[in-house]
Design a protein around this ligand. Sequence first.
Ligand SMILES: NC(=O)c1ccc[n+]([C@@H]2O[C@H](COP(=O)([O-])OP(=O)(O)OC[C@H]3O[C@@H](n4cnc5c(N)ncnc54)[C@H](O)[C@@H]3O)[C@@H](O)[C@H]2O)c1
Length: 355
Amino acid sequence: MKTLRVGLEDRGYNIHIGHDLLGQLGQLLPRKYSTACLLITDENVDKLYGKEVEKSLTNHGFHVAKAVVAAGETSKSLETAARLYDCAFDHKMDRKSPIIALGGGVVGDLAGFIAATYMRGVPFIQIPTSLLAQVDSSVGGKVAVNHPRGKNIIGAFYQPQLVLIDLSVLKTLPPRELRAGMAEVIKYGIIWDKDLFSFLERNLAQLLSLEAQIIEEVVYRCCDIKAVVVEQDEKEANVRAVLNFGHTVGHAVEALGNYELKKHGEAVAVGMAVAGKISVAKGLFDELQLERMKRLLTRVPLDVSLPPEWEKDKGIELMLQDKKASQGKINFILPEEIGKVRIEEISASELHNLL
Ligand SMILES: NC(=O)c1ccc[n+]([C@@H]2O[C@H](COP(=O)([O-])OP(=O)(O)OC[C@H]3O[C@@H](n4cnc5c(N)ncnc54)[C@H](O)[C@@H]3O)[C@@H](O)[C@H]2O)c1
C-alpha cells in the first residue's frame, strides 16, 4: 500500500492506494468517530463490495446503516439527498458520525454533499471504485448534486478525511467505464506531466489490462498531481482550473447528449481534442503534438471527434452558462506543449469562428 498526503492544514488527509484494501477500512479510519455510520453506495457496487466494507466496519465496532441508491447520474439529485438525510436521522447520526461513499463519482459527489450539509458537516470518507473516481473525483473535495437546469449546480468544497483506493475493484468495472476514466488519466499527462504521458504511451495495454504495478503507479501519479494542485488552490481561484482541461466543450457535449449518449470521460476526450485544435489555431500549440495527444486517446480507444448530436450554437450557449464562464467570456484551458497548459479567456464570437 502507498500513501499520499493532501496537505491542507486542518483539512489535510491521506490517500491510501493499493490492492485488496477494502477489508482494511475499519483499521485505516483516521480518527475516533461515533459508532453510528452511514455507508452510501449504488446498487451495482453494493452487490459486489457492500458486504465486505460493512463487515470491516462492523468488526471495528461501527453500527452501520447502508443506503443503496440507483446506479447512474439521476441519483445525484436533491430528491435522493432528502432520502439520505432521513436515513441519517433515523440512524441517529451525530456530528462525529462518518458518512462513507463506496462507489463511482456519482456516489462520491452525492455522499459528500450529504456529509457537507447534514448537521453542517460530518466526517466524510471516500472509497472510490471507478477509475474516474480513483484518479479524480474522490480527491479535492468538490461535492455536489445536480439541478434540473444544470449539472453540479448545488454543491460545496468539502474535503474527505480519508480516501481509500482499492485497485482490485477495477477488475469488475465495465470496460466502457474503464476507458472513460482513461480520459482523465491522459488529461493529467497533458496538463502537468509529460513523463506520465510518455509512460502511458509505453504502457497503455498493460494499464488497460490492469497489470498490478502499472495501475498502481498510474493512479498514484494522478492522485499526486491532483493533491499538489488542490494544495495550491483548494477552491479554484486560479491554478486548479487547469484540471478543467477538456471540460468546457466536454460538458456541452455531455449536455447535448442528455447525459445519456456520452459518459463524462468520453466527453472530456472530445473536449481535449477540441481544446488542442483551438490552441493550434491560435498558434499556441504544435500540430504534431496535437496528433500525438489524439493518437493516445484513440488507442484507448476514445472517440475524439464531435458527436452527431453536437450543435455549435447550442454548444456555445451551454458553455456560456457554465459556472466557469463570466461576462460573455469562456475560460479555456489550452495546451502549449504536452505537460503544460495555459488559461485563456475566449469570447463567444471568437469561439464561433474557431469552432
Ligand atoms: N467531484 C469531482 O471533482 C468530480 C470530478 C469528475 C467527475 N465527477 C462526477 O463523477 C460522476 C461520474 O463518475 P463515474 O464515471 O465514476 O460514474 P458512476 O459513479 O456512475 O459509475 C459508473 C458506473 O460504474 C459502476 N461501478 C463503479 N465502480 C464499479 C466497480 N468497481 N465494479 C463494477 N461497477 C462499478 C457504477 O455502478 C456505475 O454504473 C459525474 O457525476 C461527474 O460529475 C466529479
